[in-house]
Design a protein. Structure first.
Lengths: 410, 410
């Protein structure tokens, strides 16, 4: 079925806010069997918004609006939908009560008069309560079409989509169950990976997507069948084939991120981690501590942006003098120093040339990453595309995945 | 004049790529006197793209397409425009030559046959050569309207927009010169700032925009006049009024970022910098080293995620024991330790509770930042909104701006 998004907000057109919601929804619609054909961004203007909604209603089966549900006069999504459908709005008493309780819980009494605008409904809409904000959404089914209004703040939108909208859509969408799983790989090119999973494409009911992401190449397997149990069987068959084809190249599944994966493995094994990082300048530590509770396993480390700080962190001067600051030997010594200096079980050392220019004849994009875990240590060389932000970002992901593999080794 | 963007690419609808170009252009159009009313995202589908272009041509004065200019069959922007305007495409000999030379410079001979598609033109288009890629753009003026095709890769788009499209648009747009300047502030609420600059709104020909950004509140002054010299005079008058109203709250102008500002000041004064950061976990170092050439002034520091590492970095144990790991005294001691331990002229210390939960009775969002520069030292407490990513991001910006102010102090 064809789907369409209408995102509302002058701030989106002025570039003050980036519309990340449409892109987030775009990755999730195919799993419901919905094909997103149009995204339209319009300002807080009832005329243009109504025009966009009329067109969407005319050509798409599922219409999702984003934003414009606030209490102020420039929040016109409800008004435009009512106008487009030719229905009258009136305040729904149960929504008014819910809103008043919402404000009362936050010690705001009485509720500001303007918020009553959020309690208005049209006859063909039912309300979806917003667990994270004051804006209830409308769920509309009419003329064989579905229209749902999502709130603009990404946290509210994601929560409402996952907990309220997906179950409703799954019930309504014509007799098809869809289940999916994403496998995240590192170390293979897109072409090589595609070659290895070629057979999986032939499994009936199976659809494969291959995506290049900052943390490696993702393979998303989508299984479709008339009933859920059958779709799950198709997916299991595909998973077995994918795992047998890609084996050790897979480092995680689903929504897992490299820092979360590292955290999970360190926690399981009761290990601590320290870093000595040079060209990433703190980005590796920042990524590790992005995970709440990282202090359970991460002790910290050194941002060793000069040779002096590498020495202070415990890297032997003869290694740097002998092999150079950017070398496999130094990366390895940085990883060991992270363990010994900071008393950690595991250590990561990163040294390289972030660019834009080459340094001392070493090409920008050259990075060496050393990893030490109890009982083993290793170092790997990388040649990343030579743009500075890319080099640093890829180096962080590579370091975390290298540690993941070292921890997973039997 | 009304402007409209049509962004092309199935990958944008599938959420594989985020359309950041429209948002970037959205911030730049007002300065040309263009009002962006619609952004439409469509897939690589000639039917739907033609439909979107016909609608845009019917309602907007300036139409900008993004993407779909590659050499493969699914790059259909040129085809759809030709269809919409009812014109025939043919290979332009001078473009063919330019493309062949482009490939020859990269040692690809002969040019792949498919790239000939990029040399096609319609009678009402002139070519804009792409300094950063193989896709030339079309500049079309017909029926009092302007249509320009921009390449999808952000670097190519930004370069072509700035160097080729803006000058052409400025020439064509009706007798109005527009100049603008952004002033970046920290330490004032949006409401307080608005109050202080109220008089500036009254300057004839002046338009003010106030935007809340991660690095503080930005004030953009846009001056319009029939001729450029007059617009510049209006802007100068506004700048004087803004500087007199906001004074020390302004930390920078234009495209300057806090890490760049810090780098510029350190370089000017010949100072070096080290950090001892706790709750930001490396993000501060990462931000500082985001600037190419940061190794000229940044020596590195410690990610002190445990008390043990704070002690190793040189923070006296009596300070931590006496005042607690998250305290003004410890932040100040971390800044001093950064200087003394690493032999740097300036030091920053950051300690706080990133959240989500409170720690030892200290509210999530509480952050203390100490800054030491030659001859002075100071510490400031912050209470950021208690969401973990926000706390860490704001703490990094606050630390850099605190250092900026300390360095700017006479």
């Amino acid at each position: 079925m064809k789907a369409e998004i209408v995102a509302v907000g002058t701030e989106l057109l002025m570039g003050e806010t980036q519309d990340t919601n449409s892109s987030w929804l775009g990755t999730r619609l195919p799993e419901l069997g919905l094909e997103l054909e149009w995204v339209t961004i319009v300002g807080d203007d009832i005329g243009r918004l109504t025009e966009a909604l009329e067109r969407a209603w005319g050509r798409s089966g599922v219409i999702i609006t984003i934003g414009g549900l606030g209490p102020t006069l420039d929040d016109v999504t409800r008004d435009a939908i009512a106008k487009m459908l030719g229905e009258e709005m009136s305040v729904a008493p149960e929504l008014k009560t819910w809103l008043e309780e919402n404000f009362s819980r936050r010690n705001i009494r009485p509720m500001p008069q303007s918020n009553l605008r959020q309690a208005r409904m049209i006859p063909s809409a039912t309300a979806i309560l917003n667990a994270m904000g004051t804006a209830p959404s409308w769920w509309i089914e009419r003329d064989g079409k579905i229209l749902v209004t999502l709130p603009g703040p990404p946290r509210e939108l994601m929560n409402m989509w996952t907990t309220e909208v997906v179950p409703r859509l799954k019930e309504r969408l014509p007799g098809q169950a869809i289940v999916s799983r994403t496998f995240k790989t590192i170390g293979l090119s897109e072409a090589a990976l595609d070659e290895l999973v070629r057979d999986v494409y032939d499994i009936p009911g199976m659809d494969l997507g291959v995506y290049t992401k900052p943390d490696g190449i993702h393979v998303r397997a989508i299984a479709k069948a008339p009933v859920e149990a059958e779709a799950v069987r198709v997916l299991e068959r595909a998973e077995a084939a994918i795992r047998s084809a890609l084996g050790a190249y897979i480092w995680g599944t689903g929504e897992e991120s490299p820092p979360e994966k590292v955290g999970e493995l360190l926690r399981e094994r009761g290990y601590t981690l320290a870093v000595v990082e040079s060209c990433t300048g703190g980005m590796l530590g920042a990524a590790i501590t992005d995970v709440p509770g990282a202090s359970d396993y991460f002790v910290g480390g050194t941002i060793a942006y000069t040779t002096g700080l590498k020495l202070m962190a415990g890297v032997p001067s003869e290694v740097i003098d002998g092999s150079g600051a950017v070398s496999a030997e130094t990366a390895q010594a940085m990883a060991s120093a992270a363990c010994t200096t900071y008393g950690a079980d595991c250590g990561i050392g990163v040294t390289g040339v972030a660019g834009p220019g080459d340094v001392d004849g070493i090409k920008a994009g050259t990075v060496f990453i050393g990893v030490a875990v109890p009982g083993s240590a290793g170092v790997e060389p990388y040649a990343f595309p030579s743009r500075r932000p890319l080099v640093r970002g890829r180096a962080v992901t590579a370091a975390l995945l290298q540690l993941t593999r070292a921890l997973q080794r039997p």
